[in-house]
Design a binder for this molecule. Structure first.
Ligand code: NDP
Ligand code: MG
Length: 388
């Protein structure tokens, strides 16, 4: 494998820092050309001095002076703002971008990277949730390829190697069930932010941890799988598997089921995506299957976790429905994390926003931008009513 030059957007987060671990382990295989973060300027400076990118970008422009003063004497160019981040996707000094930013902010840079012919190691699932149809269309006329970082989609990708896509019957996406898997509806009404941030198996950023607790994360993964693998929603199902050892499965037309197993550790899918599906030696602790006397499975409960059902509604309606769900959820999760609304209000805010935001059946990029803005403001209005 030729040495691969990489841009990491969202380098200071959970996926971003694990990506940099892998790069540091294999300097003969990987080098960093661009690093970009949201607002954690201290960590971005530290990462830049270690990995020596040509360019470091901070989205939060108020932190630009600190970044520039720290890095320019070291010969590292700096920039600030969402526009600079998107522009950087057209640079010629890297071939692959790891999209590890959180939320809607991943959409524009990913589109720009595909237009510039970059390969995408996709962690930012919200990009495919918001605009999966547009991204798929852009990919069909671009030399870019997309490799999933999300563990479930990496598992499915690995199960599909060597198989004829026409023989796939179903995709079976596993879900841990989150911290509230066994909670009654009454208990769910009283959970705190601290409870929701305690994921049983995975250590992730706050937003995806809350999405896992509501199971909207699983709905997003069903939408993500629909666009990545071109399988209709009726043939994608979620199954609760509390141990998070089987990362997902594929069932074929002869009834055979293939699964990919491993410890819940994102280094594996990140490394697999960076290696273009080639396997690279890993130093992390690995799975010893005999340590597990049982792996268990349950049907998900969409009564207690109604967010899960939003995947099928969004895929059935198409257009901008999933964009609205994503926008409302981002606003609702932020309000929940600030202690302004309850855990069960997250679904209520999404539902109310879907009822009040305009729908566009065949959206272009500008339509997604407009619907995202409208849905955020409608979600804010609903939250204000809940607070009063
Ligand atoms: P984190 O919250 O840990 O990290 C998010 C990163 O994005 C940080 O570097 C943050 O910068 C940066 N960021 C936030 N807002 C912006 C912005 N407006 N512009 C540029 N950068 C921004 O999230 P995770 O790493 O957990 O998740 C990242 C993505 O990967 C999400 O889409 C998530 O769904 C997906 N994912 C994550 C998994 C995990 O195990 N963590 C597993 C599967 C998918 P800063 O901190 O400096 O503000
Ligand atoms: Mg996942």
């Amino acid at each position: 494998m030729q040495k691969k030059h990489i841009a990491v957007i969202g380098s200071t987060g959970s996926i971003g820092t694990q990506t940099l671990d892998i790069v540091a382990q294999r300097p003969e295989k990987f080098a960093i050309s661009v690093l970009a973060a949201g607002s954690n300027v201290e960590l971005l400076i530290k990462q830049s001095l270690t990995h020596r990118p040509a360019l470091a970008i901070i989205a939060d422009e108020s932190k630009y002076k600190i970044l520039k003063e720290a890095l320019e004497p070291a010969g590292i160019a700096t920039a600030a703002g969402a526009g600079a981040l998107a522009d950087a996707m057209e640079r010629e000094d890297f071939s692959t971008v790891v999209t590890a930013t959180v939320g809607y902010s991943g959409l524009e840079p990913t589109i720009r990277a595909i237009r510039a012919g970059k390969d995408i190691a996709l962690a930012n699932k919200e990009t495919l949730v918001v605009a999966g149809e547009l991204i798929t269309r852009l990919l069909s006329t671009s030399p870019s390829s997309i490799l999933p970082v999300d563990s479930e989609h990496s598992a499915i990708y690995q199960c599909l190697v060597g198989e004829d896509p026409a023989t796939v019957d179903r995709l079976i996406i596993t879900a841990s069930g989150g911290p509230f898997r066994t909670h009654s509806a009454e208990r769910l009404a009283r959970v705190t932010v601290a409870d929701a941030l305690k994921h049983p198996n995975w250590n992730m950023g706050n937003k995806i941890t809350i999405d896992s607790a509501t199971m909207l994360n699983k709905a997003f993964e069903i939408i993500e799988a629909r666009w990545l693998f071109g399988i209709p929603a009726q043939r994608i199902e979620a199954v609760v598997h509390p141990q998070s050892i089987i990362h997902s499965m594929v069932q074929f037309c002869d009834g055979a089921v293939k699964a990919q197993l491993g410890l819940p550790d994102m280094h594996l899918p990140i490394r697999y995506a960076l290696g273009d599906g080639m396997r690279i030696d890993a130093p992390e602790r690995r799975l010893t299957i005999a340590d597990y006397s049982s792996l268990t499975f349950e049907k998900p409960d969409t009564e207690r976790f109604p967010c899960l059902g939003l995947a099928y509604r969004a895929l059935d309606e198409g257009g901008t429905t999933a964009c609205t769900v994503n926008a409302a959820n981002e606003i609702a999760v932020a309000a929940f994390l600030r202690g302004e609304i309850s855990f069960l209000d997250i679904y209520r805010v999404i539902e109310a926003t879907l009822g009040t935001t305009g729908f566009i059946a065949k959206p272009g990029y500008e339509d997604y931008v407009a619907v995202n803005t409208e849905a955020r403001s409608k979600a804010q209005e609903t939250i204000k009513k809940i607070i009063i």
